[in-house]
Write a protein that binds this ligand. Structure first.
Ligand SMILES: NC(=O)c1ccc[n+]([C@@H]2O[C@H](COP(=O)([O-])OP(=O)(O)OC[C@H]3O[C@@H](n4cnc5c(N)ncnc54)[C@H](O)[C@@H]3O)[C@@H](O)[C@H]2O)c1
Length: 330
């Protein structure tokens, strides 16, 4: 069995996935430029610091070892930042993916698992979104993901690429064994921000929009535990290795929680006060994103282990209270 190249494997979801791949018996090599990742997260398998936009680095990686498949996490992934700096997003994400695919083709590697997002879906946002829901990205970030999905579809048809696009809903929580967790600098994700506020590291948590068409006016998301996401990648590789077809899969719990409900759940887990402040909506955000993952359950055999929001927040809390303080303001 060859090695698995994990781009972005020093990031939040990538690091959890590398751990689960190692547990499943895979040998991995992480390629990460550490732009938002962390050297101490790349603690399983091999590590190379480098950029997926750099064809020479990719030739070195593919040329110096037997790579069997690629799991491609490397991307810039902040919706708000992408609205302000779209060119950086198209360059880093789309050009990065094209450079990677070209290198895979040069080195005859035909198997890829790609980190996509529920943010590719457009209105209407009510009900559970299936993979057949209309695609209409609302931000440059989401556009980059959809463009890459399209490129993968085209390459599957033309070149025999075998690719699975995994559309994550909101990744949350931390490794239950505490070896790795969520560390985005700056942090923009709700659960870590709420927990940092509970720890007194932030004055308050900003609720970005309370005028959405939802029961309490705040945005609703489907929180999926990062270890369950990691396990889906192991299953996705097994599916492709056993000759399974290319395609797209939602990865979510099918349960929607509003921003206010997450704050309440965090108060219950921590027993601490979490002051909140209302703020305007953030450009590019959808009111409600809740996924139907029946296809991943049926075709990949995926069974998420963490379905309770309190349990998910508890694993994040166990990680965050031991993390050093991030002094950067919101
Ligand atoms: N966190 C979520 O809820 C979520 C939801 C949907 C999709 N995703 C996608 O999942 C993937 C991982 O997200 P994450 O939350 O772990 O983010 P992250 O920022 O923690 O991880 C991304 C990693 O990619 C690396 N990277 C970025 N550009 C690179 C480049 N050009 N070359 C090499 N390395 C590069 C970063 O240094 C980082 O380690 C991303 O593709 C993201 O778009 C995340």
């Amino acid at each position: 069995m060859g090695q698995i190249l994990v781009t972005g494997g020093a990031g939040y979801i990538g690091a959890h996935t590398v751990k689960r791949l190692a547990k499943a018996g895979y040998e991995t090599v992480v390629l990460d430029n550490l732009s938002t990742g962390h050297r101490d997260f790349a603690r399983w398998g091999n590590f190379i610091q480098g950029d997926v936009c750099d064809a020479a680095v990719l030739d070195m990686v593919f040329g110096s070892r037997e790579i069997e498949a690629v799991v491609h996490f490397a991307a810039a992934s902040q919706v708000g930042e992408s609205v302000l700096s779209p060119l950086f997003y198209y360059q880093n994400n789309v050009q990065g993916a094209v450079t990677l695919l070209a290198a895979m083709r040069r080195h005859k590697v035909d198997t890829l698992v790609f980190s996509s997002t529920c943010a590719v879906y457009g209105p209407p946002f009510d009900g559970l979104l299936t993979e057949d829901h209309p695609i209409r990205p609302l931000s440059p970030y989401a556009h980059t993901k959809r463009m890459i999905e399209q490129i993968l579809e085209d390459c599957s048809r033309a070149n025999g690429l075998r690719a699975l696009c995994l559309r994550y809903f909101n990744a949350a929580g931390a490794d239950p064994e505490g070896e790795v967790g969520e560390r985005h600098l700056p942090e923009t994700h709700l659960i870590p921000l709420v927990l940092q506020t509970a720890l007194g590291q932030r004055e308050c948590i900003q609720i970005l929009g309370d005028d959405y068409d939802t029961p309490d006016g705040t945005a609703i998301r489907d929180y999926i535990h990062v270890q369950d996401l990691a396990d889906a990648h192991v299953l996705a590789l097994a599916h492709l290795r056993s000759g399974g077809a290319s395609g797209a899969y939602n990865l979510g719990n099918g349960l929607g929680h509003s921003v206010r409900q997450v704050v309440e759940a965090a108060r219950a887990v921590t027993g601490l006060n979490v002051p909140v402040r209302q703020a305007p909506r953030r450009a590019g955000d959808s009111p409600r994103l809740v996924g139907d993952a029946a296809r991943a359950r049926a075709e990949l055999g995926w069974r998420p282990q963490f379905t309770d929001i309190g349990e998910i927040i508890q694993t994040a809390w166990d990680w965050h209270r031991l993390e050093p303080h991030d002094p950067r303001p919101l």
